[in-house]
Design a protein around this ligand. Sequence first.
Ligand code: EPZ
Length: 420
Amino acid sequence: MDPEKLIISGENRLQGTVRIDGAKNSALSIMAATLLTKDVCILRNVPRLTDVDTMAAVIRKLGIKVEWRGDNTLYIDSDDFNNCEAPYELVKMMRGSILVMGPLLARLKKAKISLPGGCSIGARPVDYHIKGFETLGAQVEVEKGYIEAKVDKLKGDDIYLDFPSLGATENIMMAACLAEGVTRIENAAKDPEVVELGHFLNKMGAKVKGLGTDLIEIEGVKKLHGVDYTIIPDRIEAGTYMIAAAITGGDVLIEKADPLLLKPLIVKLEEAGIRIELEKNLIKVIGLNRVKAVDIKTLPFPGFPTDMQPQFMALSCVAKGTSVITETVFEKRFVHTGDLIRMGADIKVEGHSAIIKGVKKLSAAPVMASDLRGGAALILAGLVAEGTTELSRIYHLDRGYVKLEEKLNSLGADIKRVKE
Ligand code: EPZ
């Protein structure tokens, strides 16, 4: 596929209605969980994203049948497979591939997964995942860029996570479902995607309790059965459109967005002077010509989501006053500040904090996406910048946003996708 770029003409006020697609990070872990049963699983409202395609490729590589049935429905048949290896060429494209490790250990008692490696937002080690599997009785070797694990019988035990890691919580939960006895995960992640995975597992016949709290208890069972399940809407996609409305002084109705999963963002946008009207699965955002500066600190759920930090920084660049944004989840999630500065933003990074002095106007410039949410921040900046912004490396965006420029253009933006 030839590299593409987006040409974004600025200063359009967004108005209208946008519909949110299924949650990427929930789809990925639930796709991995289908390996835990021999039965067929049907997943609905699955977003058409390159990360989902990569997870499907990993599962197919294991010898499992994965087919699209209609636009957003996946048919997965894990009846009979015996390959336990997720190769580097796939894992390097999407670190979430590590999520097949727990199911493989539970199903085949072995797994060979390429080390995901870091990305632009940090080293992103997987030591909590490995420690969890070892606590459940697995022998784990890490060599030549691969994690090799094997176990005679997974045995439930107590696991304390140094950090409420979303992926580690999910991976350990999946392995523990078919272990002997009870597993308690202390300091577990409380994210909606973890809760959804737990609901999916319980629908398969698992016994998972404490979802949404920091103590998740899993009583192992002998067997799990197939499930027909609908993926929840993507809270980060919804949050991105909320900021698009706010930054352009627009008036946008966001459909299939659950306000309960976006509380920190709603509170912060209201503090900034944005008017927000809420109904069940509907969020209406009425922007301002210039928001007030507010401070943000990212924290594990239910704190302000790290996946909304770059987008909120774009808004802070044109706010009235000075904002301080502190990133506590990833060690290097300020890569997008360089390109925002190229567009005229006034940002100083000091350790885990960025100090942003709001400017009246950004100006268009050629910029480059460095990761999924950093790329989204640059599109938001391009929407309000004077002139035409060229954003390259947009393959990062296609990993996590369905039809991003089409949806923004339907709200009145002027964005063209062209070959580099
Ligand atoms: C998940 O990543 C999401 N990805 C990320 O979304 C999200 O930013 C992140 O959770 C935090 O909410 C998927 O669900 C596929 P973590 P994950 O384990 O599981 C450290 C996006 O944009 N850590 O909660 O990898 C880690 O380095 C992506 O959709 C260890 O040290 O996140 C980080 O600093 C980006 N050792 C912190 O914990 C480990 O074994 C949080 O990571 C695991 C994590």
